[in-house]
Write a protein that binds this ligand. Structure first.
Ligand code: AMP
Length: 310
């Protein structure tokens, strides 16, 4: 089963209480793709980079089945650059720099060889680019998942975001973004309002507090694994999405029960992402480690209880 991913391929500079990086590879797409590559071997990447982007990273992704026919390279262009600094709790961060560079005016092209992709991840980008990807797919995929951010929730982008939400199957966003978008503090109410826009499912990511999955009147909660060391949370949300979709594409089962399992696999992948700076941990993690971590999740939440009788 193949997965199409559109997102940023970027340089990031990250500062956490544990240190500061130089310019390292980041962007939503590498996190999504590397997480999904744990489950499937045909991943179709749509993005744009400048000629400053390292070839060896593209080759490393290619070796993992991440195809780059839809990756535009702008000669003499500079790749998207983002820099952020985390607060001490690591759940909040300030954006220091966003240089769009080649992302400015990005027009996503879907190569013919990508047209049969049955699963689609619309990473955080302008709603306009996300909509173009949907419109340029000649047949309706089995499942389309989208991410977004606070910036697109305000005019003049808000209307376009509403239109994309109405076209996708799953909206996966942060709790704070859901609150901002719906003006509801209660996450249950926020999820209901998003479901009313059209998607079948809403995943609300709560950082170190786990994730909630909503569908009709059903709710599922997955905790985040309590980790001894959280080094760099950048890309954890994207990694979650990649693990979630990679698992669904591999198992090809879109029942609510299987989406619950996908949330656990997404959470397991995200727990690796934060252990090192950038994509470093995702690049080295093995299938065995992933399965062991899913077992840790099962142990974390499983308990026997006898209800106290009156
Ligand atoms: P996350 O931590 O899941 O929000 O994802 C972080 C990644 O998103 C970083 O690697 C950035 O390069 C990328 N990013 C940051 N700002 C933007 C933006 N405005 N549009 C698209 N991608 C972004």
């Amino acid at each position: 089963m193949s997965l199409l991913i559109v997102g940023t391929v970027a340089f990031d500079q990250i500062e956490t209480p544990f240190g500061k990086t130089e310019r390292i590879v980041g962007g939503s797409a590498p996190y999504i793709a590397l997480a999904a590559a744990q489950f499937i071997d045909e991943i179709n990447l749509v993005s744009v980079i400048g000629s400053d982007f390292p070839d060896d990273f593209i080759q490393m992704m290619e070796q993992r089945g991440i195809r780059n026919e839809g990756l535009q390279v702008i000669e003499n262009g500079k790749s998207f650059f983002w820099s952020g600094r985390y607060h001490h709790d690591m759940n909040t961060r300030d954006t220091l720099v966003t240089d769009l560079n080649v992302l400015d005016g990005f027009d996503p092209v879907i190569p013919d060889s990508y047209q049969s992709s049955q699963y689609v991840m619309l990473g955080n980008l302008t709603p306009d680019v996300q909509m173009k990807v949907i419109q340029r797919l000649r047949s309706r995929p089995k499942l389309v998942v989208m991410d977004t951010m606070n910036y697109w929730m305000k005019p003049p982008f808000r209307e376009g975001l509403d239109e994309v939400m109405a076209k996708v199957d799953v909206v996966a966003i942060n709790d704070s973004e859901a609150r901002l978008y719906t003006e509801e503090y209660s996450l249950v109410r926020a999820a209901r309002k998003i479901l009313d826009k059209g998607p079948q499912y809403v995943v609300l990511k709560k950082g170190e507090n786990g994730a909630l999955l909503f569908h009709e009147d059903q709710v599922f909660f997955a905790p985040a694994l309590p980790l001894e060391e959280v080094f760099d949370p950048t890309g954890a949300g994207d990694t979650f999405a990649g693990g979630f979709l990679g698992y669904l594409a591999k198992t090809e089962n879109l029942s609510f029960d299987n989406l619950k399992r996908a949330v656990i696999y997404g959470s397991a992948m995200a727990s690796f992402c934060v252990e090192k700076f950038g994509t470093d941990r995702l690049v080295e993690v093995t299938r065995e480690e992933v399965e062991n971590r899913v077992s840790d999740f099962i142990d974390l939440v499983q308990f026997d209880i006898d209800l106290v009788e009156e």
